[in-house]
Design a protein around this ligand. Structure first.
Ligand code: AHR
Length: 497
């Protein structure tokens, strides 16, 4: 059996895990909003038309923040189309995804839905076809107490109390040529700064995310972040990162090794933030908002009917190995707890999503389960751990550790959670951690998620075989925890008093 050691010290803390790293994303795209969140005709709909089965599953995921309305969609969106009596709302051609948007779901419905699931909204403003003025007006509509045209309009439309939306994104993927209103770094930086200024003048308590690169592979990566932060260092709080991975050639060792690229993307952006801070003799750290991340490739070749309404679009059907990589990316977000303060699994329902709906009910994809465990078990302080384990080489990376792990201490609950991914496809790895500083802690629970031999099998409505199951694989003896990790497995161990 292979062996690994995790080295930790109770005094070496990486940072508080911001609950917002377990956020998600809902876009007006495919069946995410319509038939996902909102389906008035469904037998699962509540009095507002929200699907209660979906609300139940989102609550189980314990999602603290949800990004909306896009994505690429936001860069052509007029938020005013989605307010007021539904009969007066305008249907529009939606250019980002080639469909018709009827605007029966808008900012007020989104704020209400967020209240129902117990999450904060993270609202993106349109900096593609629009600019500072429309963004400022949206903040006024949402957050101004009353006594102005737009805040009184909100009251007239049923929301006397302000929505008090704290988190906002300044556009979406503005570095990408596919974006409506694509900009150069200099163009975006100026617009973002001017937009940030007036949004914060309306509500000084809001927090703003500037667009970083839409991927590490963008030719402008690095220069983009530098130019944007040079202009916006004083006016924004976070910079965004986006990443999707795929495995079209079915090379699992390389696919799972993407955690290495994910880590270096984060480290690279942290370095740029710190360079700008040093250059400006600044005091504040710019934090990272990894507000789109997931596996996305299964549905890439699917075609949709142009100008249809909420077609089946980007409905990736996830398999077992996708769940492993999602687990690995969650571990990486936790291990960067000092700087990554927002994370959004993209997306939440039906579109590259952990939750899928049918007219007869909803179901959970494989990726639902590592997310649910991390979100529920890994709240607290991320420890600054080191891992000594076997390594492998693959097409894209060398020296890939077979084990990824995160260790989170919750002082209040007196528990320690260990999340572990074994990327070795053949061998078990016996992993030990010296936890003598946690005197008298015992194993409270240990679960493993293993394949039944086929890494490319997934779930469907009524059949969800790949779930964390209680395992007899963790022992504490004299303060030393030993966990035996099965090949290609996702594991969660909780110890405590
Ligand atoms: O999440 C799907 C799309 O991926 C988003 O609309 C866009 O921001 C990204 O390119």
């Amino acid at each position: 059996m292979k062996k690994a050691t995790i080295i930790t010290d109770r005094y070496y803390k990486k940072g508080e895990v911001d609950k917002n790293i377990f956020g998600s994303f809902t876009e007006h795209l495919g069946r995410c909003i319509y038939e996902g969140i909102y389906e008035p005709g469904s037998r699962f709909a509540d009095e507002q038309g929200f699907r209660t089965d979906v609300i139940g599953l989102v609550k189980e995921l314990n999602v603290p923040i949800v990004r909306w309305p896009g994505g690429n969609f936001v860069s052509g969106y007029n938020w005013e189309d989605g307010i007021g009596p539904r009969d007066n709302r305008k249907a529009r051609p939606e250019l980002a995804w080639g469909v018709i948007e009827d605007n029966t779901f808008g900012i007020d419905e989104f704020a209400d839905w967020c209240r129902k699931i117990g999450a904060d909204p993270l609202v993106a403003v349109n900096l593609g076809t629009r600019g500072p003025e429309e963004a400022r007006q949206l903040v006024e509509y949402c957050n101004f107490k009353g006594g102005t045209y737009l805040s009184d309009l909100r009251a007239k439309y049923g929301h006397k109390e302000p929505h008090n939306i704290k988190y906002w994104c300044l556009g979406n993927e503005m570095d990408g040529p596919w974006q409506i209103g694509h900009k150069t770094a200099a163009e975006y930086a100026r617009t973002a700064h001017e937009t940030a200024k007036v949004m914060k003048w309306v509500d000084p308590d809001i927090k703003l995310v500037a667009c970083g690169s839409s991927g590490l592979g963008m030719p402008t990566f690095g220069d983009w972040e530098t130019a944007v932060l040079d202009e916006c260092y004083d006016s924004v709080d976070y910079i965004s990162l986006h990443t999707y991975y795929g495995n079209p050639s079915r090379d699992t060792p390389s696919f799972l090794a993407n955690t290495v690229g994910f880590n270096s993307f984060i480290d690279g952006v942290v370095s740029i933030c710190d360079y700008i801070k040093a250059k400006k003799h600044g005091k504040k750290d710019i934090m990272l908002s990894f507000d789109e991340w997931n596996v996305w490739f299964h549905s890439s070749a699917d075609k949709i009917e142009k100008w249809s309404k909420h077609p089946h679009q980007l409905e990736d059907h996830y398999d077992f190995e996708d769940a492993l990589l999602v687990g690995g990316m969650l571990i990486s977000l936790i291990n960067h707890a000092d700087r990554v303060k927002i994370g959004c699994l993209a997306q939440l329902i039906n579109v590259i999503a952990p939750i899928m709906t049918t007219p007869d009910g909803s179901w959970r994809q494989t990726i639902y389960f590592p997310f649910m465990q991390a979100s529920n078990l890994a709240r607290g302080t991320a420890m600054d751990i080191r891992i000594d384990c076997p390594k492998y080489d693959c097409k894209a990376y060398t020296d890939v550790p077979v084990i990824d792990a995160a260790l989170v201490e919750n002082e209040e609950k007196q528990t320690v959670t260990l999340l572990l991914l074994n990327k070795d496809l053949e061998d078990c790895v016996e992993t030990t951690v010296d936890l003598r500083q946690y005197e008298d802690y015992k194993v409270i629970s240990s679960t493993e998620m293993v394949s039944c031999g086929d890494l490319c099998a997934g779930h469907s409505f009524g059949s969800e075989p790949y779930q964390p199951k209680a395992a007899d694989n963790a022992v504490i003896d004299g303060g030393k925890l030993t966990v035996t990790l099965k090949p290609a497995s996702w594991n969660a161990v909780v110890i405590g008093k």
